[in-house]
Write a protein that binds this ligand. Sequence first.
Ligand SMILES: NC(=O)c1ccc[n+]([C@@H]2O[C@H](COP(=O)([O-])OP(=O)(O)OC[C@H]3O[C@@H](n4cnc5c(N)ncnc54)[C@H](O)[C@@H]3O)[C@@H](O)[C@H]2O)c1
Length: 251
Amino acid sequence: MDRLEGKRAIVTGAGAGIGRSIALRLASEGARVAIADVDESAAGKVASEIEGETLARRTDVTRAGEVEDLVAGVVEAWGGLDVMVNNAGVGVAATAVETTEEDYERVMDVCVKGTLLGMKYAIPAIRRAGGGSVINMSSVAALVGITDRAVYSAAKGAILSMTRAAAVDHVEEGVRVNCIAPGTVDTPWISRITSGYEEPEAARANMQARQPHGRFVTPEEIAAMAAYLAADESASCIGACMVVDGGVTAR
Ligand SMILES: NC(=O)c1ccc[n+]([C@@H]2O[C@H](COP(=O)([O-])OP(=O)(O)OC[C@H]3O[C@@H](n4cnc5c(N)ncnc54)[C@H](O)[C@@H]3O)[C@@H](O)[C@H]2O)c1
């Protein structure tokens, strides 16, 4: 498939998990992809997995100057930007009672401020390129109550609301803004969460069991949705929340 031929894309948090799979998928469909991650060596490794033209950039999405430089660097190298995937995110497994102020600030900063900054600097560049697609990473935690995810749910709910607001702000400029709401996806993040439980294997089995289709969603399944949203064939998807959750929200 070459439906992304000629497109220039940035994926944040692309050094691991879902972001890595999205970067590989966009590249496999013909896009030039910039791999951005706060972990520079992880970004470099993912870039080396891609055969086509690519860039690896150390970028902390909570820092305005770094996000601005990331977008400017891609525009300078490739003459413009067509697709921005604001994927970087962190979570905390805690109820409202248990959540610390530090965790609140970290999760809101990376998820909400990071997504805002990604849109703030990418949208003007995409507009100048004649239009394109912004893909934000929400979660089913924005749509249904999930235990131990109080602040993470708030952050992902904010991303969903911001996606809709930005979609109507920029639709006339040819910039489409959508988000994806994954269910539980098997990434390094899952191991980090389960390692905090007394019985990590049981915690992993529980997370899998809460998926109605009985397994984790794969990062590749989320990447396939991102590729669709990046492609022109999704031209009528504006402010949409694309649920890829194995049936969690259908219950
Ligand atoms: N895994 C899931 O079950 C799941 C479900 C729904 C939504 N999501 C969302 O998908 C996205 C990716 O999740 P994942 O499971 O692949 O996570 P992950 O932890 O496996 O990978 C996240 C990547 O983001 C990078 N990152 C963290 N903070 C950053 C920052 N400030 N700036 C730039 N990069 C940063 C990390 O270095 C890492 O490479 C997140 O937004 C997450 O909330 C994940």
